[in-house]
Design a protein around this ligand. Structure first.
Ligand SMILES: Cc1ncc(COP(=O)(O)O)c(C=O)c1O
Length: 260
């Protein structure tokens, strides 16, 4: 389960869901990729079994990340892969593994990237996760309010105005009003002006489909991070959309019907 959705930025109440699933004997793995960079998190307070996050999203290196495993599960995780440095020794019949987590870390690790990840997290903690959380919400709220002026825009229901989204991203489209204005065309046109954002199903087709939107087409998704985004950039995006969308609506061909 995601802690914060990468499509609608809804913050799930991990503690409540953790208690609920545990009452039914189910283990909970939380994907914190979009939460750890945005807000203070506390795995022990949530009572989760597993909690993972991605290093690159906390301004660390690509390919790094971390998995928290609840202490009572440490002895239940067994290696699926082998390599140096994970065992005390072996005989013909048995392997004497080191204790968790060393038994799950075969071979030479990417130490430099792991150290960089630690420094990245320290930097965010110095800025203060509460401060980052507050500023992300302020940026998202500003973007949501500014974007209302763009003709033909549709938003998914969660939004930072009523607190159903944390504001870290604002998903929208134009294809309801202008079927020929695809998300890809808008993103490409913005990209030519140096405004980079994601579009598409974002690995979560079911989320957009849940709201009755086209799962394949997905959404256009600007996301905001206080360390490298500011209010002027949001203004530039809105102004660019006001020029781009009518232009695309007037020039792009209508899409062929999709096979159902
Ligand atoms: C919610 C969520 N989980 C996982 C990932 C994957 O992260 P990574 O590719 O860094 O492992 C992403 C990436 O966008 C994400 O948004």
């Amino acid at each position: 389960m995601p802690h914060v959705s990468n499509v609608i930025a809804t913050v799930n109440d991990v503690k409540v869901i953790s208690e609920l699933v545990h009452r039914h004997g189910v283990k909970l793995l939380v994907d914190g990729a979009q939460a750890v960079p945005h807000m203070p998190v506390n795995m022990t307070e949530y009572g989760v079994d597993f909690y993972a996050f991605s290093g690159v999203k906390v301004t660390g290196s690509e390919g790094t990340g971390a998995l928290y495993v609840a202490p009572e599960l440490h002895d239940q995780l067994h290696p699926f892969d082998g390599g140096g440095d994970m065992m005390h020794g072996l005989t013909q019949d048995a392997i004497n593994y080191k204790p968790f987590p060393h038994n799950l870390e075969p071979g030479t690790r990417i130490y430099s990237s792991a150290i960089a990840l630690g420094r990245a997290i320290e930097t965010l903690q110095t800025i203060g996760m509460e401060n980052i959380h507050r500023e992300i919400h302020a940026l998202g709220l500003y973007a949501y309010r500014r974007l209302q002026v763009v003709k033909g825009i549709s938003f998914l229901p969660p939004n930072p105005e009523d607190g159903t989204s944390d504001g870290s991203l604002i998903p929208f489209t134009f294809y309801h009003e202008f079927p020929n204005v695809t998300n890809a065309a808008v993103a490409r046109a913005l990209g030519k002006r140096g405004i980079m954002l994601r579009e598409g199903c974002l690995c979560a087709q079911l989320t957009t489909m849940h709201f009755g939107w086209d799962g394949q087409e997905g959404v256009i998704r600007p996301s905001f991070y206080p360390l490298y985004n500011d209010y002027d950039e949001i203004d530039r995006m809105v102004e660019a959309l006001q020029e781009i969308v009518p232009d695309l609506a007037a020039t792009l061909p209508m899409p062929a019907p999709r096979p159902s």
